[in-house]
Design a protein around this ligand. Structure first.
Ligand SMILES: Cc1ncc(COP(=O)(O)O)c(C=O)c1O
Length: 447
């Protein structure tokens, strides 16, 4: 039985000076584990236990920890004398932007920030400036960051959000205190996969932007139904709103051009983060020039403030440049490799589920997957919240951690395979899933 006394002591000590003892409250989970080292697909905790990791730090670690070429490129920048100068342009920011714009056809211009939240915040401002409207549509069950426009309606208990409403909208249910009421009134959460509700809101309010993750990846993986993303595109065009894809989790991970490339639906703006810079802090917006140029609009009343002391810092720039270079090698060999690993995981887990006779299924997109303990793949948050066995999922994850496999211990959180995982890692994981599910199934039968 793994215990985490040292990790708990670290948290207790931190609590004296840090609220909650941790710099992002989303990282607080049961069990408390302080990790000390990561290499490739493996992690070591403060007690010295080793794990095969599928958390990937909430998904940026698409290349695994300390990918040698990326570490060397970053070390090279630090040694070169390049630093944050905060005056004038840099070649690195230009090189990164050129790479993205050259390889994603509908991205004509690109702007960088330090996190996904900053990028979604700025994308909404661009949409408001471009349309002269204030209202936005977001998805119940989506996550787009921590700022006032979007910190709402994530894993809302059904007792709070109420039954599914369609066509219609949900109240803004903040996941943070301190969001002004006037602000909340401008944000309209609707069901994912529900075009009627998007139309309903567009007919009633002047909507600046429809903002969605193309796949909801903060409640596992809820995929768009056929025609849904195309339908959002048409509604945005019909009502003169901007379609913004939040590709912070899907971008560069599922394809170089993100889920927009896979679906063939081009948004007006896409927001990137996470996998683009392999764990270094970076958020970005890519999109059509006519929208991006609101950052430099000649009329100061229409210009969106593009500013940030750390924007374009050479370390994340170099991490991203190297990451994108690796992703493009050999005609995208990385994506073929990761798809093979994903398929191996999927077929192994499906066999394990059959064997253990557990009513569950695996949903996967490339390297990202989740197990839903219910009898069908959910189509929206209400479906998931009503049918998924959250208690079983939490217990399953804790058992997997005991078996040395790190699935983040919070029900429905997506698992991420990295390019550093090997077929042997996957095989060991599948075996652990099988053993764990069988013993949990036996315990259930006994009760
Ligand atoms: C889809 C999505 N958008 C935006 C964000 C916010 O990004 P960051 O945590 O870098 O601010 C996240 C973070 O998990 C995310 O998953």
């Amino acid at each position: 039985m793994k215990t985490h006394k040292h990790s708990e002591d670290i948290l207790a000590r931190n609590r004296r000076y840090i609220p909650g003892g941790i710099s992002s409250i989303n990282r607080l989970a049961d069990p408390v584990i302080a990790f000390e080292r990561g290499q490739g697909a493996h992690l070591w905790d403060a007690e010295g236990n080793e794990y095969i990791d599928y958390h990937g730090a909430f998904a940026p670690q698409f290349m695994g920890f300390h990918q040698p070429e990326i570490s060397a490129a970053v070390a090279g920048v630090i040694q070169s004398g390049e630093d944050l100068f905060g005056s004038g342009p840099t070649e690195l920011e230009g090189q990164l932007a050129e790479t993205v714009c050259t390889h994603i056809p509908w991205v004509e211009q690109f702007a960088v920030f330090c996190s996904g939240s900053e990028a979604t915040q700025q994308s909404i401002r661009l949409a408001r400036a471009a349309t002269g409207r204030d209202h936005i549509i977001v998805m119940q069950g989506g996550y787009n960051g921590w700022h006032n426009d979007v910190a709402c309606n994530l894993m809302t208990p059904l007792s709070v959000v109420g039954p599914r409403v369609s066509p219609g909208e949900y109240p803004f249910l903040p996941i943070s205190a301190g969001i002004p009421k006037q602000h909340q009134a401008l944000v309209h959460p609707v069901n994912y996969n529900d075009l009627d509700s998007v139309r309903y809101v567009c007919e009633r309010y002047p909507v600046a932007a429809i903002l969605t993750e193309p796949i909801l990846q903060n409640v596992g993986l809820i995929k768009p139904q056929p025609g849904y993303l195309e339908g959002l595109r048409s509604l945005a065009d019909e009502f003169g709103a901007l379609l913004i894809f939040d590709e912070v989790k899907t971008g560069f991970r599922h394809a170089f051009g993100g889920y927009a490339e896979i679906s063939g639906v081009s948004p007006d703006l896409a927001v990137y983060g996470k996998a683009i810079a392999s764990g270094y802090p970076l958020g970005a917006i890519g999109g059509r020039k006519k929208w991006m140029e609101f950052f430099i609009h000649p009329d100061p009343k229409k210009r969106v403030l593009l500013a940030g002391t750390y924007n374009g810092h050479p370390v994340p720039m170099m991490a991203a440049i190297k990451t994108l270079e690796i992703l493009q090698r050999d005609g995208g060999a990385v994506y073929r490799h990761i798809e093979r690993l994903g398929q191996q995981m999927e077929s192994g887990i499906n066999d394990a589920l059959k064997d253990a006779e557990i009513p569950a299924l695996m949903v996967r997109q490339g390297s990202a997957f989740v197990l839903y303990f219910m009898d069908h793949a959910p189509v929206d948050w209400h479906d998931l919240a009503a049918h998924h066995d959250f208690e079983f999922d939490n217990a399953f994850r804790r058992e997997m951690i005991q078996a040395g496999i790190y699935f983040f211990p919070l029900a429905t959180k997506q698992c991420s395979i990295s390019t550093a995982h090997t077929a042997e890692d996957i095989e060991r994981t599948v075996q652990a899933v099988g053993t764990t599910l069988k013993s949990m199934s036996l315990q259930q039968t006994r009760h």
